[in-house]
Design a protein around this ligand. Sequence first.
Ligand code: PLP
Length: 389
Amino acid sequence: MPHPSSRISGITPSGKDGWEVHFDAMSRKQAGEDIIMLSVGDHDFDTPSETVEAAVKYVRSGHHHYTQLPGLPRLREAMSKLSARCTGVATSAAEILATPGGQAALFAAVQATLDPGQHAIVVAPYYATYPGTFRAAGAGFTVVEAHAEDGFQPDPAAIEKAVQANTRAMLINSPNNPTGAVYSRKSREAIADICRRHDLWLLSDEVYWTIAHGEHISPRSLPGMAERTLVINSMSKSHGMTGWRIGWLTGPEPIVSLLISLNLVSTYGLPDFVSRAAIEALENDWGVEEIARIYDTRRLAFLDAIRGINGVTVRGSEGGMYVMLDIRAVEPDDEAFAWRLLDAEKVAVMPGSSFGDAAAGCIRISLCQPEDVLRESARRLRRYIAGHG
Ligand code: PLP
């Protein structure tokens, strides 16, 4: 075979992607072992039935054709309304690019703001695809760690130090995957200040915004930020639609107009019937409140069930679909901990180091299991740690 491009081989250069525990656990579960999967961020329930029925209706009624490149007009309109609620900033349909999921919106945001050889800052712990998304654009990046001891709030002084002459963008994510941290107003203001002073784009991944304790404050709403912020949104988490692949980017109209050409050469627009079902889901908020309530209840139940486990400290864990446990007092090597927990108690969790060094020594618990299963996994975790010393 001829050589693949270095760009494509460079997206995950080590070949190791941090998902080894998860995939091993999945194979063992498929082979019949009683494994509790707390490693994946996908709902354990189906898409709301109203959305499913709407899609069936549109499939049956001939909505099988190409759609407009930036999204159907009514879809962009509905997305702009939700963006206005998410970010607190009036948003027009022209400021919306519909994409197949939040990941494609992230890809578009990075392509839109960074030339090959330019530099970005990414606040860690981060969602596992971030480094590869920069590499696919040929851009360099510096990882700036937020620390467990600070509840994984970003460290503005460290971010400031990482700015270089060719830095063009910063990527943040709140509510955060993997830590569940919700960035405080103070953190956001400090980040906005750095972006304004150094004339940076801010790429703000807000895919978990509906699943947050307390107020969601989008940096787009801060002074001078709407013109330099690209917000990543998705229906995957908020509307229970992970497999439908539908999300969007919100940003200044000129950059959205340019990005329409990226859709031209990549996705060529979204599926017709998916778009139409999504319009109804957006206009009616199908699933949003219930899904937020489910994760809130689960988080509180799990945190209650692990209370008092020796050597385990909860960090972040204020929103999104995850709880982050600092297990350094039990075992400094989070990957070894995750493998042993899987072997001994058949609970699959993600080692924190899969999400960058900032979360090393922690494990990420996904709340994508019913409450009784989460309580059972907490019992197994307690038993494992009791037997560990
Ligand atoms: N951003 C974050 C922080 C995520 O956790 C995910 C998915 O887990 C995504 C983006 C991408 O989501 P999707 O492409 O399903 O919208």
